[in-house]
Design a protein around this ligand. Structure first.
Ligand SMILES: [Zn+2]
Length: 411
């Protein structure tokens, strides 16, 4: 099927981007709005300039590199993902989607293909949310889910804000965030799970994204010296935390096969080896493709914390800091992905995303879909994250033809 992307050029650029924030284990450490993020943005920007694209930057540092269409004032088709990474993360999560989108417009340039609607290659700021929680915040503001000030005031662990860091790295742009018409949106991404690999499929036709809830939980007891106080006299929040976390894993595992739980951070305070901590903070991330099931899990968590803290004479506090409901992508975009997959003769399968993506928020304001390619062992958010050049090229080809379908080739 013509046109086709230059898979070698895409792979070369993925390698160049991965040198920025490269880690010894072969991954990248390119946290949102860090110096490494700035360098990654600069490199991306230089490629967009060389491709003749017009790049604009909004107040949250979201970058839009535009290839004009033939119809004046037509809304753009957005294609892209994010260039920030997890701490010690992988080189393909996000970067693949941005650089494959750039490869799409390079291919259109090379082949002299014009489209009716403009195509914009986008790099969303702070998709990961690991430095500035929550995740996907800038696409969220773009889609009207959060206010701009809320995002600008988000702070990292050292108290630095997104607004301040955007200024510091020179990516606080002049454009307002969102509030414009978008024709459609596509995002190519690694699957971050094992289903495609297990099925021997090349392309995941993503029909939706499962819901997620994030919590901050605090278990408070009485801090004291590790030695003098008898065990029976202690109100130790670590013991309560251990019991809650262990039972919560049992609850989620027994709930059904689709329920997911991660406890990614556990912090005793003050954090000293010869001190019983006064309190423990930990995070909970629960997911499910069905919204009411996730509501049930929410209730289970709250009851569990109440029960355990009562029986152990501790104080428990559960705060939900984020809720992303289940998303179903637009059929016109999903169909475009499926048609492109079949056109190339790639082995495709319908999948539901287990991870959140910027596309979750884009779907609120425009028809949206995603394309997955396999990653080795389903591993992501780790230095060992790995894909093949062939799969990257296949994914970019599907992105190209799905975007062309919605951007309307000028005949
Ligand atoms: Zn990602």
């Amino acid at each position: 099927m013509a046109p086709q992307v230059d898979a070698a050029r895409l792979w070369r650029r993925l390698g160049e981007m991965a040198e920025i924030g490269a880690t010894p284990g072969g991954g990248v450490h390119r946290l949102a709005l860090s110096d490494e993020d700035r360098l990654g943005r600069d490199l991306f920007r230089s490629w967009c300039d060389a491709a003749g694209l017009e790049t604009s930057i909004d107040a949250l540092g979201n970058m839009f590199a535009r290839r004009a269409g033939t119809q004046a004032d037509a809304p753009p088709v957005l294609i892209g993902s994010h260039l920030d990474s997890q701490p010690m993360g992988g080189r393909f999560d996000g970067a693949l989607g941005v650089l494959a989108a750039l490869e799409v417009v390079e291919t259109l340039n090379d082949e002299g293909v014009t489209t009716r609607y403009p195509i914009e290659v986008v790099n969303w700021t702070n998709e990961e949310g690991s430095r500035f929680p929550p995740a996907m915040v800038s696409s969220g503001v773009f889609a009207g889910v959060f206010g701009l000030d809320y995002a600008l005031e988000l702070a990292d662990a050292s108290g630095r804000t997104m607004g301040g860091e955007l200024e510091r790295i020179g990516y606080a742009g002049p454009d307002s965030v969102g509030g414009r018409n978008i024709k459609a949106s596509f995002e190519l991404h690694i699957e971050q799970g094992p289903l495609l690999e297990l099925a021997g499929a090349t392309i995941g036709v993503v029909t939706g994204v499962q819901g997620a809830r994030w919590y901050d939980v605090r278990i408070a007891g009485v801090g004291t010296h590790a030695g003098p106080v008898p065990m029976s006299q202690r109100r130790d929040p670590v013991r309560g935390t251990a019991r809650i976390v262990d039972r919560l894993f049992e609850i989620v595992q027994e709930f059904d096969d689709d329920a997911r739980l991660a406890v990614g951070e556990i912090r005793p305070h003050p954090g000293s080896r010869n001190t019983v901590p006064g309190h423990v903070d930990f995070t909970v991330d629960m997911r499910h493709p069905v919204d009411f099931a996730l509501s049930d899990l929410d209730a289970e968590l709250r009851v569990l914390v109440a029960e355990v803290t009562q029986e152990m004479e501790l104080d428990g506090h559960v705060e939900q800091i984020w809720h992303s409901p289940t998303v179903n992508f637009a059929s016109e975009c999903v169909d475009a992905v499926r048609t492109a997959t079949e056109g190339f003769g790639y082995e495709g399968m319908d999948v539901f995303s287990g991870a959140g993506h910027d596309s979750v928020y884009l779907q609120r304001i425009c028809p949206t879909a995603m394309i997955f390619i396999p990653c080795e062992g389903g591993v992501s958010h780790a230095e060992s994250e790995s894909i093949t050049p062939e799969d990257a090229g296949s994914g970019a080809n599907v992105l190209l033809h799905a975007a062309l379908e919605l951007a309307g080739p000028h005949r």
